[in-house]
Ligand binder design. Structure first.
Ligand code: PLP
Length: 389
C-alpha cells in the first residue's frame, strides 16, 4: 500500500504537521489480526509510547488490541480511547506511587515489575486498597538485539528488568506477599529489530527459563515477549506493512508454550511508523560555499529521532505541479535542516531531491512512531498539529 499525498488538502493546513494515513493504519491492524487469528491464546498490546494521538489510539482500540503503557498518563489515555483495563499492561523501571495508584484504581491486567523494590511498593499500595495486583516480572534475558545502542534493552548492563539469576527469588517473594499475584514473565529486548534471529534467541532463552521454573514447581500462566519489530525507513512504500507473518512465525516455531499459557506481544513502531509523515514547508534554500541547506519549518522539536538516535527518514518533495515542470527539475544535493538553534537539528545530510523552491511541501516519511509522541516545545515552538487522511 502506497501513501498518496493529496497536497491540495495540505495547502489549507499550517505547517509543520503530522499527516496520518488511517487507511494504512487500518490495513496494518487487519494484517496483524489475520496473522494471529488462529491463536486464541495470543494477545497483541499496542505500545502507546510510540504514538498516543487519540484518533490513532481509538482505531487501535477498535481493532481490539490491548495497550502496553509506560506511565500513568498512558494508562489514562488508553482507557479514554476505549481500550479495556483488562487488556492493559504497565511496564517501566520507575513507576511513581501515583502512577501505580492509577493502575490499581482501574484494575489493569498486569504490572510488569522491574525490581523487588517496586514489587514491595505495589504490594503496599494494593494492601491499602484491599485488592490483589497481578504482577509479571520483567526479566533481562541478556539477548543482543543488534540494534542501535540507545534502543537496545535486553543486555545485562541495561537498567531494565531483573537479572535472570534473581528470577526465582523475586517470584518466591511475590508468592509470599499477600496483595500481589505472580502471573507471568515479561521480556523486551529492544527496538527497530529487522532480523528475526534476536527474537528466536529470546524464545530459546525463555524455553530455558521455563524449564528452570518447572523444576522449582513454579507455574507461569503468561509469557510476554515485548515488542521491537523494525520497519523499512529507507523505502517505506516498498514495505508499508512490516512482515508480521515471519515475525509471528518465529515465535510459533521457537517458543515452547505450556498448556493453557497465554502469549503476549507489545508492538509499537511496527504498527504506526509507516502511516505517519511529518509535512513541512521549505523556508529557505541557503547556499553555502560547499553545501546547500534546505531549511524547513519542521525541526527536531516535531521529530527528534534523527538528532537523538542518528535515525534516517526518507525525505520527499510533494508539491503539486504539472508533469513537464517535474521533468525539468534536476536533482540537487541538500543538507535538510530545521530552524532550531542546535547543530544536531538536521534531518539528513547530502541528500538528493528534485530542486526545491521556497514554499515547497516536503514529507518526512515513516514518522508515525516516536515522532509526535516525542515532540517538545523547545525554543518555545508550538506542538505539531495532526491531519488524518
Ligand atoms: C517501547 C516498548 C515496546 C515497544 O517497542 P517497539 O520497538 O516500538 O515495538 C514494547 N514493550 C516495552 C516494555 C517497551 O518499553
Amino acid at each position: 500500500m502506497q501513501t498518496h499525498f493529496s497536497s491540495e488538502q495540505f495547502l489549507l493546513q499550517g505547517t509543520p504537521f503530522y499527516y496520518y494515513d488511517i487507511a494504512l493504519l487500518d490495513a496494518t491492524l487487519a494484517e496483524i489480526k489475520r496473522c494471529i487469528e488462529s491463536d486464541a491464546h495470543w494477545h497483541v498490546h499496542y505500545a502507546v509510547k510510540a504514538n498516543a494521538n487519540p484518533t490513532i489510539l481509538s482505531h487501535i482500540a477498535h481493532a481490539e488490541l490491548g495497550a502496553d503503557c509506560v506511565s500513568g498518563g498512558e494508562i489514562e489515555a488508553a482507557i479514554a480511547a476505549g481500550i479495556p483495563a483488562s487488556r492493559i499492561v504497565y511496564a517501566g523501571v520507575g513507576k511513581s506511587d501515583w502512577e501505580i495508584e492509577i493502575g490499581l484504581k482501574h484494575n489493569i491486567s498486569c504490572f510488569n515489575v522491574e525490581s523487588v523494590e517496586e514489587l514491595q511498593v505495589i504490594n503496599e499500595l494494593a494492601t491499602r486498597r484491599n485488592i490483589v495486583a497481578r504482577v509479571a516480572f520483567r526479566i533481562n534475558p541478556n539477548v543482543d538485539a543488534h540494534t542501535h545502542e540507545k534502543i537496545t534493552t535486553g543486555l545485562s548492563e541495561n537498567k531494565f528488568g531483573i537479572d535472570m539469576c534473581d528470577m526465582e527469588e523475586a517470584i518466591y517473594l511475590a508468592q509470599s506477599l499477600s496483595h500481589v499475584e505472580y502471573i507471568g514473565l515479561h521480556f523486551h529486548i529492544g527496538s527497530q529489530i529487522l532480523d528475526n534471529e534476536p527474537f528466536r534467541q529470546l524464545c530459546l532463552r525463555i524455553n530455558e527459563l521455563q524449564e528452570r521454573l518447572e523444576k522449582s514447581n513454579i507455574y507461569t500462566p503468561n509469557i510476554n515477549v515485548g515488542g521491537g519489530l523494525g520497519i523499512n525507513y529507507e523505502d517505506p512504500d516498498a514495505e508499508s506493512i512490516p512482515n508480521f507473518e515471519s515475525y509471528f512465525r518465529t515465535f510459533r516455531e521457537a517458543l515452547q508454550l505450556r498448556e493453557g499459557q497465554q502469549l503476549h506481544f507489545e508492538l509499537g513502531r511496527s504498527i504506526v511508523a509507516q502511516c505517519g509523515s511529518l509535512i513541512s514547508r521549505v523556508l529557505y534554500i541557503k547556499k553555502g560555499h560547499t553545501k546547500q541547506f534546505l531549511i524547513l519549518d519542521a525541526s527536531m522539536t516535531e521529530l527528534v529521532r534523527p538528532a537523538m538516535y542518528g535515525a534516517f527518514h526518507k525525505v520527499q518533495r510533494i508539491s503539486i505541479e504539472n508533469e513537464t515542470t517535474v521533468l525539468e527539475k534536476k536533482d540537487s544535493i541538500y543538507d535538510v535542516v530545521g530552524p532550531v538553534c542546535e547543530s544536531s537539528d538536521v534531518f539528513v545530510k547530502n541528500y538528493s531531491l528534485p530542486s526545491c523552491e521556497r514554499g515547497d511541501l516536503i514529507a518526512i516519511r515513516s514518522a508515525g512512531a516516536y515522532g509526535e509522541s516525542m515532540a517538545s516545545t523547545y525554543n518555545l515552538r508550538p506542538l505539531p498539529s495532526s491531519l488524518l487522511g
